[in-house]
Design a protein around this ligand. Structure first.
Ligand SMILES: O=C(O)CCC(=O)C(=O)O
Ligand SMILES: [Fe+2]
Length: 249
């Protein structure tokens, strides 16, 4: 069944946020978790409040030395095509060329940040194992303000850290969250370091989309467990390793 991302629009959130429930099956989820957890040990980068894996290459200001994504990740591409996730961005890029895997233990999160100009302004995140609440803050920065993932622009992050988010999205396991255009460019997003989420807080906009059976409501408090997220993006500037060798000479 084709589900265009437009069917995942959230009526009370900015128009460039899309949320699709059950984008993958439980069996697919388990396979992806196994692949992430069985990746070679050196693939993990340990940060203070999460660990991550880069697939497709390491993104830097000079560009990314592109490596092909593994099949267990590209297997999701037909589904991205069906839903039109990366459509209309740039004729030369039809598919994502980078996937960042983040693993958060309960109580871990990510500081408010923008993903920045290294990527085309569409980010698609598949979530595994646990839910989280992604919070959005309008950022007053002007100009070319984006920062790259995990190198948070501290002035802006400091500004927003103590503010209430403008809106939040409950992100459930097996869902797809897509951020485009204005939400990509003008808002920061982050995940608070909490072990439980009280759904009455934080101005969550997609509870109706999450809860077709209505078993969760605003009084619900959800306990977090370990969450793995797969964040797919298109890095604009790429280089082959041959070109890099040539530059170094
Ligand atoms: O884990 C997530 O859903 C968000 C990750 C994120 O914002 C990032 O890696 O840039
Ligand atoms: Fe991000």
């Amino acid at each position: 069944m084709t589900r265009p991302i437009a069917s995942g629009k959230i009526s009370t959130a900015p128009p460039s946020v899309y949320y699709l429930l059950d984008f993958i099956t439980s069996a697919e989820e388990q396979l992806l978790i196994d692949k992430v957890l069985n990746a070679p040990k050196p693939k993990w980068i340990h940060l203070k409040n999460r660990r991550l894996q880069n697939w497709g290459g390491i993104v830097s200001a000079q560009g990314m030395i592109a490596e092909p994504l593994p099949v267990w990740l590209t297997d999701l591409f037909p589904r991205f095509h069906e839903s039109g996730v990366f459509e209309g961005l740039d004729a030369t890029h039809r598919d994502p060329n980078h996937c960042l895997v983040n693993e958060y233990l309960a109580g871990q999160g990510i500081m408010p940040h923008k993903d920045g100009p290294a990527y085309l302004p569409t980010v698609a995140t598949v979530s595994l194992s646990s839910h989280c609440v992604l919070e959005f803050y309008k950022c007053l920065e002007t100009g070319e303000s984006g920062t790259m993932t995990s190198t948070v622009s501290s002035s802006c992050a400091d500004d927003v850290r103590n503010q209430e988010p403008e809106f939040s999205i409950l992100v459930q396991p097996r869902s797809l969250l897509v951020l485009k255009e204005d939400v990509y460019n003008k808002y920061m997003h982050g995940i608070r370091e909490l072990t439980v989420d009280d759904l009455s807080k934080g101005n969550i906009q997609n509870l109706e989309q999450c809860l077709p059976e209505g078993y969760l409501n605003q009084n619900t408090v959800l306990e977090r467990s370990t969450r793995i997220s797969l964040t797919f993006r298109i890095v604009q500037k790429t280089m082959s390793s041959k070109k890099l060798l040539f530059q170094k000479r």
